[in-house]
Design a protein around this ligand. Structure first.
Ligand SMILES: CSC[C@H]1O[C@H](OP(=O)(O)O)[C@H](O)[C@@H]1O
Length: 356
C-alpha cells in the first residue's frame, strides 16, 4: 500500500492512552494548520471535546464515547455492583448529553452499559475487563465496517468520475478510510482516477479544513468549492455522483447529515445525478420512523458570525439560525450504502432486511 495514502487512511484520530486510562484524540478544530493531540481524562474533558467538535463525525464520536465511558468506569471507586451501575449510568447520561443528532454516541454508550447490566453477577474488576474488550471491539468493528462501506461505495463509481461530497466523512470522522468519502481513498489505492469536489461546508468548514486536507495529503484529485457552487459544477457536467456520510438514518431512509446536505440532494435530483448516503448500520435508528423523529442539534450562532474570521462578519445583535444538520428526504436518495450491502428503494423494506 502507498505509504502516503496509509498515513491518511490509517490515522490514529481516537485511541486509548498508553496507560489505558484516558482517551487521546487529534484536536480536529486545529486542522489543517496544526496537528495537536488532546488527552481526555475526565467526563468534562470528553463532553467538551465532543461538543466542540475536537472529535467529530458519527463513528469517531461513538468510538471516543466507548473509550471515554470505559476510562470513567475505571475511576468509579466501589466494589458494590449497584453503586457501580448507578455511577456508570450517571456518567453515561452526561456524555450522551453532549450532542443529540449522531446516533453513534448513544449507540456506543448503550452498548457499553449493556455489558455492565449483563454481568451483574460478576465482580466489578471483571466487569471492567469486559468493558475494555467492548470499547476496543467498537473501534475494531468500525475499521472493518468502513473498509466494507468504502468497497461497496467504490463499486458505484467509474474511472474518471467526478464526485461531489459535503462535510467530512473520511478517516478523521471515523476510524479508517471513512464512510461517505472512504471510496475516494480506496480508488486512489487501486489507481482509479476519481475527481472529488468538496464543499467547504459552512459554518465550521469541515470540507475545507478536513476533507480537502485528507484527500490532498493522500494524493486524491480534490477541488475545494464554496457550498453555493455545487449547482454550477453539476450543471457543467463535472459531477457523475454525490457521496455523503450520515449521522442518523430513519427506518424509511430519511437521512440526517451535515447542514446543507439536503440542498445538495435536491440539486442532484434536478441534474439527474445519483445521490448516495454511506454509513454503518450503527447509524441507522429504527426507532426513528421518519426524518421528522430525528432531533437536529442547534449550535452557537457565533459560529456563523465570527468563528473563523479576524473580525465578525455580521453585527453582534444580528439574529442567526445555526442548525448543525438537516434531513435529506428518502425520495432524493438513490441508494444507502452500509457495511452489509447497498440498499435501494423502497428503503423501508431494504433497511429492515439489514437487521433480519
Ligand atoms: C462519517 S459521519 C460524518 C458526519 O458527521 C459530520 O457532522 P459533524 O462534523 O458535526 O460531526 C457530518 O454530518 C458528516 O457527514
Amino acid at each position: 500500500m502507498n505509504e502516503e495514502i496509509k498515513k491518511v487512511t490509517h490515522i490514529d484520530n481516537v485511541r486509548l492512552s498508553d496507560d489505558g486510562k484516558s482517551v487521546v484524540i487529534i484536536d480536529q478544530t486545529q486542522l489543517p494548520n496544526r496537528t495537536e493531540y488532546l488527552t481526555l481524562s475526565t467526563g468534562k474533558d470528553i463532553w467538551d471535546a465532543i461538543y466542540k467538535l475536537q472529535v467529530r463525525g458519527a463513528p469517531a464520536i461513538g468510538i471516543c464515547a466507548g473509550y471515554g465511558i470505559y476510562c470513567l468506569a475505571l475511576q468509579i471507586e466501589t466494589e458494590d455492583y449497584d453503586q457501580f451501575l448507578a455511577a456508570f449510568h450517571e456518567q453515561k447520561e452526561y456524555l450522551n448529553s453532549s450532542r443529540p443528532t449522531a446516533v453513534n454516541l448513544s449507540w456506543a454508550l448503550n452498548r457499553m452499559e449493556d455489558v455492565v447490566k449483563a454481568n451483574a453477577d460478576k465482580p466489578v474488576k471483571e466487569i471492567l475487563g469486559l468493558l475494555e474488550k467492548e470499547c476496543k471491539a467498537i473501534h475494531a468493528e468500525d475499521i472493518e465496517m468502513c473498509r466494507k462501506i468504502s468497497e461497496y461505495g467504490l463499486s458505484l463509481l467509474h474511472e474518471g468520475d467526478g464526485v461531489l461530497t459535503h462535510c467530512n466523512a473520511g478517516p478523521l470522522a471515523t476510524s479508517r478510510y471513512g464512510t461517505g468519502q472512504g471510496a475516494f481513498f480506496l480508488a486512489k489505492e487501486k489507481g482509479m482516477d476519481i475527481k472529488v469536489f468538496a464543499d467547504e461546508t459552512r459554518p465550521l468548514l469541515q470540507g475545507a479544513r478536513l476533507t480537502s486536507y485528507e484527500l490532498s495529503k493522500a494524493g486524491v484529485d480534490v477541488t475545494l468549492i464554496c457550498d453555493n457552487m455545487a449547482s454550477i459544477v453539476m450543471k457543467n457536467g463535472w459531477i457523475q455522483a454525490c457521496m455523503v456520510g450520515c449521522d442518523r438514518v430513519a427506518a424509511n431512509g430519511d437521512a440526517a447529515n451535515k447542514i446543507g446536505t439536503s440542498g445538495v440532494a435536491i440539486l442532484a435530483k434536478h441534474y439527474g445525478i445519483p445521490f448516495y448516503v454511506l454509513g454503518p448500520t450503527s447509524t441507522i435508528d429504527m426507532n426513528c420512523k421518519t426524518g421528522d423523529d430525528i432531533k437536529i442539534e442547534l449550535r452557537d450562532p457565533e459560529e456563523i458570525k465570527e468563528k473563523f474570521y479576524a473580525e465578525p462578519v455580521a453585527l453582534k445583535e444580528v439574529k442567526c439560525y445555526n442548525p448543525a444538520f438537516d434531513v435529506t428526504d428518502h425520495e432524493l436518495i438513490t441508494a444507502i450504502v452500509t457495511e452489509k450491502g447497498i440498499c435501494y428503494p423502497p428503503f423501508t423494506e431494504s433497511i429492515a432486511a439489514l437487521f433480519r
